[in-house]
Design a protein around this ligand. Structure first.
Ligand code: AMP
Length: 279
């Protein structure tokens, strides 16, 4: 999609972003959970004609499969605290009385997502690789991946093996307190994953405008779990991003909070930050 001319809010002056390349291979979008990544991802998807690949959405899909399966026992029975790993899939399958790999993966995702903790790298990397591969390792906005040093190393190796690239990282910044206030009011479509906000982007009559289904609050959008995700970000995501930057991938930072939150302002803030890294 063309992106040379961006209308200003008054519709009269036009701004050009000539330094931004017309095509990119892949982009990583990072930021604390609830920082406001989705509107910025929408800009990048539209601007560069990309697809969004969200590990959070993938985990939620499997988590939904597990919820639909209807097991209500305690999940900690499947986790070995001493070894810090799950029991074998065979043992889990026997206990759950199913050999559906989607349900088993959903149980593993739920165990971590519902605690506001990251899913272990060995599960995340394998799953990410299979989805990225299905999309030919190209033309993706990677949303929420990589999030740890091990994932960043895995990704850089994969890029080399597949002869592909990350053009830049867009980092959406926001303060913890603002995030807590925003995230409590976040709602999501259980069918398509579209994100709403009760104040900034309210779902019409409480329903998803794409699916007509009632939107819900994410099970991990409670104060305590938000705080846990914020500390995961500082401890794990920040070093992962520093590692990517040390390996030559530029970072463009944008504010997640805008005084006047309009599509034009979001677009301008993203494209100006991207342009800065190409100057
Ligand atoms: P998100 O929708 O990106 O906030 O992700 C929701 C949850 O999914 C996170 O809090 C983690 O539990 C899990 N998750 C998503 N992406 C990753 C990742 N790259 N590594 C580990 N866990 C992840």
């Amino acid at each position: 999609m063309a992106h040379s001319y961006i209308p200003e809010t008054n519709g009269i002056s036009m701004k050009m972003y000539d330094n931004i390349p017309k095509e990119v291979t892949n982009i990583v979008v990072t930021g604390k959970s609830g920082a406001g990544k989705q509107p910025r991802i929408d800009v990048l998807v539209d601007e560069f004609d990309l697809q969004q690949l969200s590990t959070g959405n993938i985990f939620r899909t499997y988590l939904g499969k597990f919820n639909d399966y209807g097991f209500d026992g305690d999940l900690s029975q499947f986790w070995d605290d001493e070894e810090e790993c799950f029991l074998t899939d065979e043992e889990i399958s026997k206990e759950l009385d199913t050999d559906d790999p989607g349900v088993i993966l959903g149980m593993k995702a739920k165990y971590f997502v519902d605690r506001g903790l990251f899913v272990p790298d060995y599960i995340t990397n394998e799953l990410f690789n299979s989805y990225f591969g299905r999309r030919d390792y190209r033309h993706q906005v990677l949303d929420g991946y990589p999030r740890t040093l091990s994932q960043a190393k895995f990704l850089l190796k994969l890029l080399e093996e597949q002869n592909t690239d990350i053009d830049f990282i867009l980092w959406v910044e926001n303060e913890d307190q603002k995030i807590i206030e925003r995230t409590i009011k976040r709602r999501i479509c259980p069918d398509c994953g579209k994100v709403y906000h009760l104040i900034y982007a309210p779902p019409p009559e409480g329903k998803c405008e794409e699916c007509g289904v009632e939107v819900i609050q994410r099970s991990d959008d409670t104060k305590e779990k938000i705080r846990s995700r914020l500390s995961e970000f500082k401890e794990k995501v920040v070093p992962a991003m520093e590692f990517m930057e040390e390996h030559g991938i530029s970072i463009a930072k944008v504010p997640g909070h805008l005084e006047e939150f309009t599509p034009e302002n979001v677009r301008r803030s993203v494209l100006e930050a991207v342009e800065d890294i190409y100057k």
